[in-house]
Design a protein around this ligand. Structure first.
Ligand code: G1P
Length: 278
């Protein structure tokens, strides 16, 4: 089945980004000159996904407004003879159709995904977490959609991480390694270092079958007392094979100030030749 819809959860409290996240949604805190949500929607759009469902909380209007047409700004940059910015301003609202569903309580990533059930219907779909910025020539979620369409497997983005990151992430138990993909035999959400099956972590890109909704519905709270997407996927492993995609792009966790700074410096350097002045 062709993947045409993606869920982007943005309702998280942003506790790793306090105090700015008191009033600015985390997915709007810029990486260089644009918010993480821009990169996620662009990646989905470049992968042929034309309908995005944002799972947001009350008061996050700033995120939706970012995708509004802005004739006033278009006129201002035209007067200032900035054709590149004019093109970008016109591109942003056209990247995808965006719907919003409201997550009233923040009960975990699995719970966030469940809020989009009605809008998705009986279709396979993609999930992108804006905290995980992946800069790549070929959009990572598009590569994963191709694998899912070929195999009918669940597909997760995975990469090896430093030991200290293991207890903060979903970690997979790998089977056969096929080079750019691995067989995923099991997974565990935020394990201790001692119990972790590997250091191969789930990074925020997923292609999932509609059956995941039922699985999440039947999933009790897990790690951190939250309803975890990872636990829903574990339940589905009985019926679906799962592929880990070892993506090749450059990954940043932009959900923390240091990660965001790192990504911003990377973009400034690689795209604009910027160097820190001594
Ligand atoms: C979520 C997932 C986790 C995954 C991570 C990637 O965790 O639950 O399995 O490894 O995203 O960023 P969170 O960052 O919401 O704690």
């Amino acid at each position: 089945m062709r993947i045409s819809k993606a869920i982007i959860p943005v309702a998280g409290l942003g506790t790793r980004f306090l105090p700015v996240s008191i009033s600015v949604p985390k997915s709007m805190i810029p990486v260089f000159d644009r918010p993480p949500i821009h990169f996620s929607v662009q990646e989905a759009s470049e992968s042929g996904i034309d309908h995005i469902i944002l799972v947001a909380s009350e008061g996050q209007e700033a995120i939706l407004k970012y995708f509004d047409k802005r004739p006033d700004l278009e006129e201002a940059v035209t007067n200032r003879k900035n054709p590149e910015m004019l093109e970008l301003l016109r591109e942003i609202p056209d990247m995808a159709d965006i719907s919003v569903v409201i997550q009233k309580e923040q009960l975990g990533l699995g719970h966030a995904i469940l809020q989009a059930r009605k809008t998705i219907g009986e279709q396979d779909f993609a999930v992108l977490l804006p905290d995980d910025l992946i800069l790549s020539n070929r959009p990572t979620i598009g590569e994963m959609c191709s694998i899912a369409e070929e195999t009918n497997n669940m597909v997760l983005a995975v990469r090896e991480v430093e030991e200290e990151a293991v207890p903060n992430l979903g970690i997979v138990n790998q089977g056969n390694d096929f080079g750019n993909t691995v067989e995923v035999l099991g997974m565990v959400e935020k394990p201790s270092l001692e119990t972790a099956p590997s250091n191969m972590a789930i990074i925020g890109r997923y292609v999932l079958p509609a059956e995941i909704f039922e699985a999440i519905q039947n999933t009790p709270p897990g790690s951190l007392g939250e309803i975890q997407l990872t636990d829903g996927m574990i339940a589905l492993l009985n019926t679906f094979d799962c592929t880990g995609y070892k993506f090749t792009g450059t990954h940043f966790d932009v959900g923390t100030p240091f990660g965001m700074l790192n990504a911003s410096l990377h973009i400034a350097k690689t795209q604009f030749g910027f160097d820190l002045k001594k």
